[in-house]
Design a protein around this ligand. Structure first.
Ligand SMILES: Cc1cc2nc3c(=O)[nH]c(=O)nc-3n(C[C@H](O)[C@H](O)[C@H](O)COP(=O)(O)OP(=O)(O)OC[C@H]3O[C@@H](n4cnc5c(N)ncnc54)[C@H](O)[C@@H]3O)c2cc1C
Length: 436
């Protein structure tokens, strides 16, 4: 008889773990959300946070999480190839890229690292069909889905894991993979602490969303749809990087609990005249306080207070001259903001001096490679914060100290993107299969 495996979370990590396991075990996937077509705009349900995302697939082991922390480089690339093949099989479009040589040269001569990577862009509007296609394959393979069901706890005895407790019943199994994503990370940390499994704080990324006319990015997105630039800025020697570039895209609000920040996305069938990208500084804390999440929230709350409940928007020219932006000044800019639910203001009232200096210096450096990016008209939205879940300390294959219990994906603090989350799901599934 086939052994039973419970997977909590139908996001990328949970779905790919299920794909790997479906011929080898009886798989039950539990998620508190709904099917992708019934979902409103939340991060819960089949497809997880990936289901409402832009579907930018960064096919590189060190982008969006670092897989080489957990497996060797050869294995990491093998996983990325398998993930890519699966996405293509279910409808992901061709990846386009022209030669990166000239851009590499331009970047290097300005002290900037450009990381050319293979990417695919599915687009928010195409993702539901792709997720449904994966779900249909799983169902054909015998995988069962229990949706709109909240898992409250994990059942553990001296022998190891014994199943999960939902709001309605106990479901028994000696193998459980927890993949609850960022939205379930507080719950996961709580359950892990309760069962004596160790965790640690991870760095966060803090900064702004930059919006510029799409024209100035056109030659670069021919090379990479989501170009990755990294640079060390002079004053603090901090690493500043671009993240989640959305060509012809839209800036959107991103709620952080009681506070609000920003994010951005592109769609395949609806275009703006602008391109936006996150410009971020990584922050890790040591003693006496390691809680990067609390630090990030306090900045988000300050921004929300100053913005009257909305994110802040400022023209770069106003920031450089030490004055706040107003709607009148924003209207004088060449760039029309794609997000109007903002408060024109002064982001130097919100971001710490060090971060602000890093961003200003970084934009000036990037201007050497992307001329026009540091012009007075450039729009800056703040704050953009990429929080990271606390990392669950696990052994090989993301197995916890409890026999049969695995934790993967963004909720376990081991990934930060669709591709890396799926890869962690595969790693745990492979380990589990070897131990069934
Ligand atoms: C707006 C937005 C845009 C993004 N754009 C991109 C992008 O373009 N490219 C990219 O690579 N990444 C993107 N990301 C990040 C990406 O979506 C995540 O990295 C990825 O979805 C993480 O996968 P996961 O499986 O770990 O978790 P999730 O996708 O978050 O899935 C976790 C699932 O677990 C369920 N769950 C949680 N707790 C419980 C519980 N107690 N009981 C039952 N079910 C539970 C949730 O309902 C959810 O469906 C974006 C994220 C957001 C929010």
């Amino acid at each position: 008889m086939m052994k039973k495996v419970i997977i909590v979370g139908a996001g990328p990590a949970g779905l790919f773990a299920a794909l790997e396991l479906m011929d080898k075990a009886e798989v039950l996937v539990i998620d508190k959300g709904k099917n992708v077509e019934e979902r409103s705009n939340g991060v819960q349900g089949v497809g997880g946070a990936g289901g409402i995302s832009d579907g930018k697939l960064n096919l590189h082991p060190k982008i969006g999480g670092d897989l080489t922390e957990f497996v060797n480089e050869e294995k990491a690339y093998e996983l990325i190839d398998r993930v890519d093949e699966t996405f293509v099989k279910h409808g992901a479009p061709e990846s386009k890229s022209s030669s990166a040589e000239e851009l590499l040269r331009r970047a290097a001569s300005s002290g900037i690292e450009f990381i050319p990577i293979k990417q695919r862009h599915i687009g928010s509007d195409k993702l539901p069909a792709l997720i449904n296609s994966i779900k249909r394959e799983l169902e054909r393979g015998g995988v069962r889905f229990l949706l709109q069901t909240n898992v409250e706890d994990v059942l553990i005895s001296d022998e190891g894991v014994e199943g999960v407790l939902t709001e309605k019943e106990k479901i028994r199994s000696n193998y459980v993979i927890l993949a609850p994503g960022r939205s379930g990370s507080h719950w996961l940390s709580y359950v892990m602490k309760k069962h004596g499994i160790p965790l640690k704080h991870m760095p966060i990324d803090l900064g702004v969303r930059v919006e510029v006319p799409s024209k100035i990015y056109e030659d670069i997105i021919e090379i990479n749809w989501d170009p990755k630039f990294r640079m060390r800025v002079p004053t603090h020697d901090d690493l500043v990087r671009t993240f989640c570039t959305s060509p012809y895209g839209f800036v959107v609000q991103d709620p952080y609990g009681n506070a609000v920040g920003v994010n951005g996305h592109s769609m395949r069938h609806k275009r703006s005249n602008n391109t936006n990208f996150a410009f971020l500084v990584r922050i890790g804390l040591t003693e006496p306080v390691e809680d990067t999440t609390a630090y990030g929230y306090s900045i988000a709350q300050l921004a929300t207070t100053i913005g009257g409940g909305k994110p802040l928007l400022q023209r770069l020219g106003d920031l450089k001259r030490g004055r706040r932006s107003t709607w009148d000044r924003i209207k004088r800019s060449y760039v029309t903001p794609t997000l109007q639910e903002v408060t024109p203001g002064d982001i130097s009232m919100v971001l710490p001096y060090r971060i602000l200096t890093d961003i200003l210096e970084g934009l000036n450096m990037l201007d050497q490679v992307v001329p026009g990016v540091a012009s007075d008209s450039t729009l800056l939205y703040a704050p953009e914060i990429k929080f990271s879940a606390m990392r669950i300390i696990t052994k090989e294959g993301f197995k916890t100290s409890i026999k049969g219990l695995y934790t993967v994906g963004d909720g376990a603090g081991v990934s930060r993107s669709i591709v890396s989350a799926t890869a962690t799901g595969l790693i745990a599934a492979e380990h589990l299969i070897a131990n069934l």
